[in-house]
Design a protein around this ligand. Structure first.
Ligand SMILES: Cc1cc2nc3c(=O)[nH]c(=O)nc-3n(C[C@H](O)[C@H](O)[C@H](O)COP(=O)(O)OP(=O)(O)OC[C@H]3O[C@@H](n4cnc5c(N)ncnc54)[C@H](O)[C@@H]3O)c2cc1C
Length: 508
């Protein structure tokens, strides 16, 4: 039996990256202790709770898992062996507009081609999906493993690389306009960029929407049966099978450095726990460098960079308990795991300008999740949950006290426009403004779900700060393993996987 106070490695935080890191280390024979601040549950932004009414299970953060089946970390850990089961809707994503036009992404490419704005656009996207399916494994290896990873690019071949470069070295709006003729098809990829903070006209903004759009045609926006918590529970089960331990209600307040090396952590209740070989922080980068480490342990210039750290957009999240499914005017939206509200590239660009200008958008772009269409276990018989988020400024002038209810009404209004009668189905509503998200999970600074900005100049060697892009920090034995490190946002666990692999190598 492993002793709680004698670990080789301490992992601070039990988000997917923290738990994957802990699993990787435990499988290599190290004694691992995960300390999680949340008092009741692990998982960070990958968790489920009854937020509205008894029997309605809502995902508090991530709701759709494009990397669920394809992440190298998840494949290696084999979450299915711990009971995880994935499900998909007929359509992965639907992009309807008020004029009744729409485009959908599906894994079935015939279905896909028939529902993508126009027959020509349907054929173009299906052909792109076939190209992507041929290179996906190499592409994900290149994007998700520690940067730089050149062998997967070499395996892709010169011609595929040339085609990818032609597609991706531009903005998402430019990519969409170059590929498609209909407005319906053109709004699809740019709207996916707003899952993080990549606007339609942002320089080199195409890669992220491409990955989100095209992985939806392979693994899809997969949903775990029972809710996002099932992913976390699977990771905890696997960790414990390999002797690792998790402690809840253990907020780490200090990483203790002696002789230039991370030696221990201090927990809020005053306990100090030594780590024989090192500490992995599944924390925010500014939190690590500005709060958890003493001033003298961090180079002055790193602290200065962290004070100016660029956040992504804030997130405004709503969860509903419904008496019936959403009555979307567009039929295909009634069979889609996710529905996106955003009329056109111009509409999305206007939305981005408002958020960047510090304003609450008039007509919010929306990501709407319909989990119970696929997984009825998440609500009482015949009833439904609805998961919605929009993007907002991380810090709102005047605060959220009065603004939250007002903005939630705007969100409802936008859904009502696309689905008249929606409001009549609402049994209860739960609102999480950016400060509520941050209170739930300290990594969601200002409600930013992306681990900082995901713009091109905050990726790869710049993430979170050059030259510390390969998980090591200025302190020996201390690694950053959260989505603030490469490859960033998303539930793939690869920040944790990569950091743990490097930490294990250093320890040997
Ligand atoms: C509303 C929302 C929607 C999202 N939608 C999707 C989606 O559909 N698909 C997708 O792939 N991704 C989505 N994401 C993003 C995804 O959830 C994150 O990229 C992912 O959870 C990052 O994992 P992580 O382990 O780095 O951090 P987190 O999941 O944020 O976990 C960090 C953990 O560390 C703990 N912690 C932090 N500091 C300390 C400390 N000092 N002491 C102890 N514990 C600490 C926190 O309490 C938390 O449990 C969404 C996120 C949000 C918030």
């Amino acid at each position: 039996m492993q002793r709680l106070n004698d670990p080789d490695f301490i992992v601070v935080g039990s988000g997917p990256n923290g738990l994957v890191a802990a699993n990787v280390l435990a499988r290599r024979g190290f004694r691992v202790l995960v300390l999680e601040a949340h008092p009741r549950r692990p998982g960070g932004a990958v968790a489920s709770e009854e937020l509205t009414l008894p029997g309605f299970v809502h995902d508090v953060g991530a709701g759709f898992f494009s990397f669920g089946r394809s992440s190298p970390a998840f494949r290696e850990l084999d979450l299915e062996a711990a009971g995880l089961r994935w499900q998909n809707a007929p359509f992965e994503s639907c992009h309807p507009a008020l004029d009744g036009s729409y485009a959908c992404i599906a894994r079935d490419l015939e279905l896909q081609a028939a529902h993508f704005g126009s027959p020509r656009d349907g054929a173009t996207f299906a052909s792109l999906a076939r190209f992507h399916a041929g290179i996906e494994r190499h592409l994900l290896d290149a994007l998700l493993r520690p940067f730089p990873t050149l062998w997967p690019l070499a395996r892709m071949g010169v011609s595929a690389l040339g085609r990818l470069a032609g597609l991706l070295l531009r903005s998402s709006g430019s990519l969409a306009r170059s590929l498609f003729e209909s407005d319906a098809a053109r709004r699809v990829l740019p709207s996916l960029g707003l899952h993080v903070d990549v606007g339609p006209e942002d320089m080199l903004g195409a890669p992220l929407p491409y990955v989100l759009g095209l992985t939806a045609t392979t693994g899809g926006y997969a949903l775990p049966v029972g809710g996002a918590q099932a992913i976390t529970n699977a990771l905890v089960t696997l960790l414990e099978q390999h002797g690792g331990r998790l402690k809840l209600g253990a907020a780490v307040t200090r990483i203790i450095v002696r002789g230039g090396r991370a030696q221990a952590v201090a927990v809020a209740d005053g306990e100090e726990i030594a780590a024989r070989l090192g500490v992995l922080a599944d924390t925010s980068a500014p939190g690590l460098y500005l709060s958890l480490l003493e001033r003298g342990d961090v180079p002055h210039w790193v602290r200065a960079r962290m004070r100016r750290f660029k956040l992504g957009f804030g997130t405004f999240k709503l969860d509903f308990a419904l008496s019936a499914p959403v009555p979307w005017t567009v039929e295909a939206a009634r069979q889609s795991a996710v529905v996106h509200a955003g009329e056109s590239i111009d509409d999305l660009a206007r939305f981005v300008r408002e958020v960047r200008g510090g304003k609450l958008p008039e007509r919010p772009y929306l990501v709407v999740g319909q989990h119970t269409l696929v997984d009825p276990s998440r609500a009482p018989a015949g009833m439904h949950t609805l998961y919605v988020y929009s993007r907002v400024p991380p810090y709102l002038h005047g605060g959220w006290k009065d603004a939250a209810a007002r903005f939630a009404d705007r969100v409802e209004e936008r859904i009502e426009g696309l689905a008249p009668g929606f409001r009549k189905t609402i049994l209860a509503r739960h609102v999480l403004a950016p400060p509520d998200l941050e209170a739930m999970d300290a990594n969601l600074v200002g409600g930013d779900l992306g681990g900082g900005s995901n713009a091109w100049n905050h990726q790869l060697v710049f993430r979170p700060v050059f030259p510390y892009f390969r998980y090591r920090t200025p302190v020996r034995g201390l690694y950053l393993c959260s989505s603030y490190a490469h490859p960033g946002a998303g539930v793939h666990g690869m920040c944790g996987y990569n950091a743990a692999t490097i930490a294990a190598r250093d320890a040997r």
